[in-house]
Design a protein around this ligand. Structure first.
Ligand code: BDP
Length: 707
């Protein structure tokens, strides 16, 4: 008897030890990243209790069955089984309840759900271990399910889970710059995930996994094609393909949108004009919208890039952006939304490019139809490592504005540089416009759009850490007041390990990483120094492209004397597009945050800054710091070898080695070029520039994506 119990005890200890080891040590197999942040790894010992309530998906349902509810139940079942190693739970301890099925005095009633936006949910955990998720709609129950699973995965506990959560904005969408031939513009993760060739007959499993991943972070819309759009994607055969996607994504709450080419009535409609005021053109779009809605009743609407970088638009017919957008809005009616991009600038316009979108759009404030949203990039130029927020955000109180962020890292080192972008987006979302609250408040009635970084690569995003940017985008669109650290930590815990010291280390690497990239690429407010076309690496010497505002020289304006773009009243006066309370923080070169200095001011190389150093010394110091930080990130990552699976550990290590080399290339090239203008020696103690300017200039990259 005694011996028997001893054996049981020993076995129990062994099991606990094994489970603890599973948690503490590196898995022997190589993960490939396909599972993203939804890995549901085995929980150890006590922690497994957190997942017991939903093992086997045996939930109590206070709702009618629907495709969405089925997804919630199977997610819970699979997650529960994976996290506990158990298949069946004898007592259902999880309740999924629609608020309208809950009696008012019940413990499930949640007052905050009354009038809450679509997707809101409440989660309660009772002392007896029972968990209840309540929502007004099925998608809220699915979001609540994912929130619970996120918490359990990240913390190993179901205690302290979010009690109530509601999305801060209605549209949380990805913009895919994917072409129908499978090429992704500015894509660094392989080919497009959309297999137009085989659709509609064949639906890749990836399309389901994609929708599920999006739903897990609250993303609810996807524009499936490039803003540089092809008209044929509006033809009937594409509507059939689109319908297959829409049907597959509907249970996950994802609505399909299409980029529409403004000249489609001419290109594919047999008309000789696309003039938005022409009755035949209007009738064509009306019929097209009806055709789409007949196939896809919840079609989201059109995204339009018009009169921008060569795309057709209403100005081709002497009409305004509002004329064009409103014509499409009428065709969609209350069924959908027109998202009209404000990314416009012209080669013929001599004014500062940073001022042009404001000049074109602000006079149209109040003229857009109710179902039009104007989509504005985070900054006034183009997704640079650092830009001040776009002045339009503080200047169109009578228009719904949406923020466009770029998740794919066109200007931040592609997929090989580690740059966690949440701090960059927070910088913009938190910025006070001076007139209508913060940017997050301005866009709250509309939403957030992110240019997707997904592709056919096994890990979806080209690198493991770029998954964090997809994740952070969704989390911030849901709740822009989340801080970057919370997002980094919960992502790291789900994606890599729940080992506390390792989470600290990974979050640390992530949190400073975007600032690091800005330091070695474009310190102190410099911008657009990337090489022509592909935007890979530095080419500050490019001054002679036919479009002036495509030249790095246009942006840095460096010469023997100094560097920087004077956007004060003595220069382009772009500052005046901001509310005075905002402009005042940037107007004085002695007061400005040095990270914005050269964006707004032209400064002599030898001018002494408040830091006591000259501009030249300060600039060199920042490049050097950028490099030191990449080295520190690399060294820190190396210490994680024992906790990260070998496949992903190696992938990240190899990217960091590339980043170390490329950070040095950015520094070397930039310094060699600045020195060729200012003839200044490097400050004392600075490492010499390893190559000559001629050598840097001779580098060619025929394989770089984006030629
Ligand atoms: C630029 C990209 C270009 C896009 C454009 C846009 O280089 O590929 O077409 O933005 O947003 O950043 O339309």
């Amino acid at each position: 008897m005694m011996r028997g119990r001893g054996l049981v005890n020993q076995l129990a200890t062994l099991v606990v030890t094994i489970l603890t080891c599973v948690w503490m040590t590196v898995p022997a197999y190589a993960e490939d990243g396909y599972d993203l942040w939804l890995r549901y790894t085995l929980l150890s010992g006590e922690e497994a209790n957190a997942a017991r309530p939903f093992v086997g998906g045996s939930v109590q349902l206070l709702a009618d069955r629907s495709e969405t509810i089925n997804r919630a139940i199977s997610e819970l079942g699979e997650a529960g089984a994976a996290m506990t190693g158990l298949k069946i739970s004898p007592h259902p301890q999880l309740v999924l309840a629609r608020a309208d099925r809950v009696e008012s005095g019940s413990y499930l009633a949640e007052i905050r759900l009354v009038g809450a936006p679509e997707g809101a949910f409440s989660i309660r955990t009772a002392r007896n271990g029972r968990i209840a998720i309540t929502a007004n709609d099925d998608i809220g129950l699915l979001y609540g399910t994912f929130a619970l699973l996120r918490h359990v995965q990240a913390t190993g506990s179901n205690e302290g889970v979010e009690r109530f959560s509601a999305p801060a904005m209605p549209l949380r969408m990805l913009n895919h710059w994917d072409n129908p031939d499978g090429h992704v513009e500015r894509g660094y993760a392989g080919r497009s995930i959309f297999d137009w060739w085989h659709l509609p007959e064949k639906l890749d499993q990836r399309m389901i996994d994609y929708a599920r991943a999006n739903a897990s972070i609250g993303i609810n819309g996807a524009v499936v094609n490039n803003v540089n759009a092809r008209s044929f994607m509006l033809e009937p055969r594409y509507i059939a393909k689109l319908k297959r996607l829409a049907d597959a994504w509907r249970p996950y709450g994802i609505r399909v949108y299409l980029s529409a080419r403004f000249s489609a009535p001419r290109d594919i409609g047999g008309l000789d004009t696309a003039d938005p005021l022409d009755p035949a053109v209007r009738a064509w779009w009306q019929a097209k919208a009806d055709e789409i809605y007949a196939a896809i009743p919840d079609f989201g609407g059109f995204l339009v890039k018009a009169n921008s970088e060569g795309q057709p638009g209403p100005q081709d017919y002497g009409r305004t952006h509002a004329d064009g957008a409103n014509m499409l809005a009428e065709a969609l009616g209350p069924r959908g939304t027109v998202i009209w991009r404000a990314f416009v600038y012209s080669a013929e316009d001599e004014t500062d490019r940073a001022k042009q979108a404001y000049a074109e759009f602000v006079p149209l404030d109040g003229q857009f139809a109710d179902n039009v949203i104007v989509q504005v990039k985070n900054g006034p130029i183009d997704f640079q490592p650092r830009e001040p927020f776009h002045p339009i955000f503080g200047a169109m109180p009578n228009t719904r504005l949406m923020l466009e962020a770029q998740i794919t890292k066109e200007y931040l080192g592609f997929a090989s540089h580690l740059a966690f972008l949440a701090p960059m987006w927070k910088e913009v979302l938190d910025a006070e416009t001076g007139r209508m609250g913060s940017v997050a408040q301005v866009v709250a009635p509309a939403g957030l759009a992110g240019v997707a970084n997904t592709g056919s690569d096994r890990n979806w995003t080209g690198s493991h850490f770029d998954q964090a940017n997809w994740y952070a985008f969704g989390r911030l669109a849901w709740n822009p007041s989340l801080d970057s650290e919370t997002i980094a930590r919960e992502w790291a815990a789900q994606t890599f390990t729940r080992h506390p010291a390792s989470i600290d280390r990974i979050a640390n690497i992530m949190l400073g990483s975007r600032e690091t990239v800005a330091r070695y690429m474009t310190p102190m407010g410099l911008a657009h120094l990337m090489d022509t076309g592909h935007h890979y690496g530095p080419a500050p010497w490019v001054c002679d492209l036919p479009r002036p505002e495509w030249n790095p020289c246009y942006y840095h304006r460096a010469d023997e004397q100094g560097i920087g773009f004077d956007r004060t009243v003595s220069g382009s006066d772009a500052l005046s597009q901001y509310h005075p309370s905002v402009a005042s923080q940037w107007a004085d070169p002695a007061q400005i945050d040095p990270r914005f200095l050269l964006w707004f001011h032209r400064v002599d190389w030898n001018e002494r800054l408040p830091s006591g150093r000259t501009l030249w010394e300060e600039l060199v110091g920042r490049y050097d710091r950028g490099i030191a930080e990449v080295d520190a990130m690399t060294a820190s990552w190396a210490l994680l070898e024992d906790v990260i699976d070998p496949g992903r550990f190696r992938d990240v290590s190899q990217n960091l080695a590339i980043q170390q080399a490329e950070a040095r290339w950015w520094r070397g090239t930039s310094l060699a070029y600045w020195q060729s203008l200012n003839n200044l020696p490097l400050p004392e103690g600075a490492q010499p520039v390893p190559d000559t300017l001629g050598e840097y200039r001779a580098r060619r990259f025929p394989e770089a994506p984006g030629q």
